[in-house]
Ligand binder design. Structure first.
Ligand SMILES: O=P(O)(O)OC[C@H]1O[C@](O)(CO)[C@@H](O)[C@@H]1O
Length: 430
């Protein structure tokens, strides 16, 4: 379960009420877009897709031999899987992420893997992302060299149901390929097979994850009083003059969650709006308590240019008692306490210290770090982003700003059709 705490933002409930009509209009405008698949709102329906869940389960059961799972994908095609697998892995399967194109770590990984026990999963909505294709080329070659005709059993793809080079390749070669629904974009795809397939090999509780996400859906479809994502979206809207948004999570298990959120927030909302204005706030990832010893100095005494969200678990799923040790009396105040009590106290202390410094800060409490609560949180954040897109007058589901860099890369690599871009005639193409 998720709970919002705005105790250091006085007047927020009244301001929220005063804007109820505008927020209702934003909610209605977003929901009206669900009728057209072009609007890319298919992520709302993913938590209901029990058929895909069954298929993924069957695939996992049919492949009990997997000891190493290599996930090739980048951005939305890897960050969510990585965040959830790190938090909820229960199996002994080892996970490796190829979400980069640096040769040395890939070579180092290949030297440790046994191809007979390795499953390679390449995930890409478009099926044409250069980094992902490069990784796939290397691993395909490696599988073929070691396994001959047996390589097909060691490769699984997740991509668009109809379009793109990966879909075509899967069909030509008869490789198992799961689908990201057409109307689901990469950074909203964590609850599609992009995230669910690796999580199935992690033996994570997928039902609970999806059940939690359905709770966020329930809230997002409710009137304002019960609509948590609309409320947090409004918090961001109210503070849109603050350029930095710190997303600070008090959970080691969720250490990769801020990176997933950064892509969701920045790539969805950093845009030119309908009036031609540049809008957006810059999400900054932070992890408590580690960043208390790295970034909090800046948050306390640096510029008052931030809205901070602290994500804090309310209870542990398991706790550790801090024992008494003779000779370490300096730590006496810790003796007999649960370690979680220290974590909670640090989160609360940082919350108060940041508010005292004059930063704008609110907390989102997670009942615990469980698949259910985190599924709820992820879907909540996707709704928050979608509502913000409405409030800021931008399309939260495209990313035109990344295209030029991609085209220039193609030109630099001599890809046919992109000639001229790399040699200074770029301006002509812009
Ligand atoms: O899933 P794909 O198509 O490989 O894209 C990977 C990532 O690249 C982007 O398109 C940005 O270039 C992201 O939106 C996306 O998550």
């Amino acid at each position: 379960m998720l709970r919002l705490d705005t105790r250091f933002l006085p007047g927020f409930p009244e301001t929220l009420k005063a804007h109820a009509e505008a927020l209702k209009a934003a909610q209605e405008a977003l929901l009206a877009k669900r009728r057209d698949p072009q609007n890319m709102l298919g992520w709302i329906d993913l938590p209901e897709d029990t058929e895909t869940l069954r298929e993924i389960r069957r695939f996992r059961e049919a492949n009990p031999w997997v000891e190493d799972f290599v996930h090739i994908g980048i951005g939305g095609s890897s960050l969510g899987a990585m965040a959830l697998e790190a938090a909820f892995r229960q199996s002994g399967v080892r996970f490796h992420y190829v979400d980069h194109v640096e040769p040395e770590p890939i070579l180092a990984l290949l030297r440790t893997l046994d191809p007979r026990k390795t499953l390679v999963h390449a995930a890409s909505k478009s099926g044409s992302t250069a980094e992902t294709l490069a990784g796939l080329l290397v691993f395909l070659d490696w599988l073929k060299a070691h396994l001959g005709e047996g390589w097909r059993r060691h490769l699984v793809l997740t991509t668009d149901p109809k379009k793109g080079p990966l879909r075509a390749f899967a069909e030509r070669e008869g490789i198992r390929a799961f689908a990201i629904p057409e109307n689901v974009g990469g950074r909203f795809s964590v609850l599609s097979p992009v995230g669910l397939l690796p999580l199935a090999f992690a033996d994570a509780d997928l039902e609970a994850l999806l059940m939690g996400a359905r709770k966020a859906n329930e809230q997002a479809l409710s009137p304002l009083e019960a609509n948590l994502p609309l409320k947090t979206a409004f918090l961001h809207h109210l503070h849109r003059h603050l350029p930095v948004h710190v997303f600070m999570v008090y959970s080691e298990r969720l250490k990769h969650l801020p990176a997933w959120f950064v892509q969701l927030h920045d790539e969805s909302l950093g845009k030119v709006d309908r009036e031609g204005r540049r809008v957006g706030t810059t999400a900054l990832p932070a992890l408590g308590p580690k960043d208390q010893h790295a970034q909090v100095q800046l948050f306390r005494e640096g510029p008052l240019d931030k809205l901070l969200t602290l994500v804090v678990p309310e209870a542990p799923t398991e706790d550790l008692l801090l024992p008494e040790v003779e000779g370490l009396e300096e730590a006496e105040y810790l003796f007999g306490k649960g370690m979680f009590q220290l974590l909670k106290a640090e989160a609360e202390a940082t919350y108060r210290a940041l508010a005292e410094a004059g930063q704008k800060v609110y907390a989102l409490y997670l009942s615990e770090v469980s698949p259910y609560a985190v599924g709820w949180l992820l879907q909540h954040l996707m709704w928050q982003t979608a509502f913000l897109g409405e409030l800021w007058g931008v399309n939260a589901f495209d990313q035109p700003g990344v295209e030029l860099g991609k085209r220039l890369t193609f030109a630099l690599l001599g890809r046919p059709g992109y000639e001229g871009l790399a040699d200074g005639s770029m301006e002509k193409q812009m």
